[in-house]
Design a protein around this ligand. Structure first.
Ligand SMILES: CSC[C@H]1O[C@H](OP(=O)(O)O)[C@H](O)[C@@H]1O
Length: 366
């Protein structure tokens, strides 16, 4: 999307045709920093420490990491080793495994001497595919926003709540949950977005709010605990979130706190949508609560917060006693029964095995 008057993707090949450049999201919204990464170790650090984050973007970044490995050592052993190294960086987003599997599937049959060039080509294709998938998600989600807008007094905005950042910063471009919002804004449909701050890393306050401001989307930052209150008072017309892994039965794993939003939405009859490209569907699992690994991140992310001081320094401060332990599960699972619909690149699927099979019949027996 545009940053000022310049278009950016979140990741792109450097002019050395080996490294990639990424928007280092740790410093947003206070500082826009681009980092160049030219090694598998650098890619692993960028994913693990969330310089880049968001399921689709994690996958694309890993794909380029495989390409870097193939440049250094195109052997089968190296291909397996880079799969393992990058797969262990973050356990929940299925796009990471999907991208690593896809790169290995694509490269294995090739002679080693062809693998590096082919790997960079395939990584770029995966990045381009992500943009196309998200654009299609935007079109399918736009129809939902239009239908809600049609039922509201003319000119009144559709009030949309979103959690965490499933925006263009979580993908290569457009985002998933934000794609319908961007297209609605471009179509002149009045929308207003309630942005959950999304503790502990505040992806909403720091990233989604920055995106909304940058794209001229009216928005209001709220604490995570305010969403239910707003729904009770009829101030939310729909919820739309992203996902890091959705099961073949429609259970949705997403940033911690999503489940609580879904419960409040169900209790207040607010439609709760999940936007996802098909690589985020894990067809090998059915019960998300049992089968999806939930990343446990550092307690420091709970006890310390980043911000800008009054003299403009970006700093971290402690918000709890030094001796207080903290728990930091990074994701939770929303059961399919709480999901109104899954907005995919092909259309809106029911959150069920039948609904997903109907949308993706080529998946056969799931
Ligand atoms: C479009 S996937 C976005 C998804 O990823 C985020 O997690 P994280 O920031 O930890 O990578 C969050 O769950 C978003 O919904």
């Amino acid at each position: 999307m545009n940053v000022g008057d310049r278009h950016y993707r979140t990741i792109w090949l450097s002019d050395d045709r080996r490294s990639v450049e990424i928007i280092d999201q740790r410093w947003l919204p206070h500082d826009f920093r681009v980092e160049r990464i030219g090694s598998v170790a650098g890619i692993a650090t960028a994913i693990r420490d969330m310089w880049v984050r968001g399921a689709p973007l994690i996958g694309v970044t890993a794909a380029y990491g495989v390409a870097m490995q193939m440049t250094d050592d195109p052997s089968d052993a190296a291909l397996d080793a880079v799969w393992e190294t990058l797969h262990e960086t973050r356990p929940t987003a299925i796009n990471l495994r999907w991208a690593l599997d896809e790169m290995r599937r694509f490269l294995r049959p090739l002679p080693p001497e062809q693998r590096a060039e082919a790997a960079y080509r395939r990584a770029r294709e995966i990045a381009d595919e992500d943009v196309g998938l998200n654009r299609a998600i935007g079109e399918n989600g736009l129809a939902i926003i239009k239908a809600i807008a049609a039922r509201k007094p003319k000119g009144e905005p559709v009030n949309i709540l979103t959690h965490c950042n499933a925006g263009w910063l979580a993908t290569v471009d457009y985002g998933t949950a934000t794609a319908p919002i961007y297209l609605a804004t471009e179509a002149g449909i009045p929308v207003h977005v309630y942005v959950d701050e999304t503790r502990p890393r505040n992806q909403g306050a720091q990233l989604t709010a920055w995106e909304m401001a940058g794209h001229g989307v009216p928005h209001t930052l709220i604490v995570d605990n305010a969403g239910g209150h707003l729904m009770q008072r009829g101030e939310i017309d729909m919820v739309i979130v992203g996902t890091d892994r959705t099961t073949a039965d429609g259970d949705v794993c997403n940033k911690i706190g999503t489940y609580l939003k879904a419960l409040a939405a169900a209790d207040n009859h607010v439609p709760f949508y999940v936007a996802l490209p098909s690589p985020t569907i894990d067809w090998t699992v059915h019960d998300g609560l049992v089968e999806i690994p939930i990343e446990q991140r550092s307690a420091d992310e709970v006890s310390l917060v980043w911000g800008k001081t009054s003299d403009g320094e970006i700093a971290q401060v402690r918000i709890s006693p030094e001796t207080t332990p903290a728990a930091n599960p990074a994701f939770d699972v929303t059961p399919a029964r709480l999901v109104t619909g899954l907005i995919t690149e092909r259309g809106v699927a029911k959150a069920s095995r039948e609904g997903l099979k109907a949308m993706f019949p080529e998946r056969g027996q799931i």
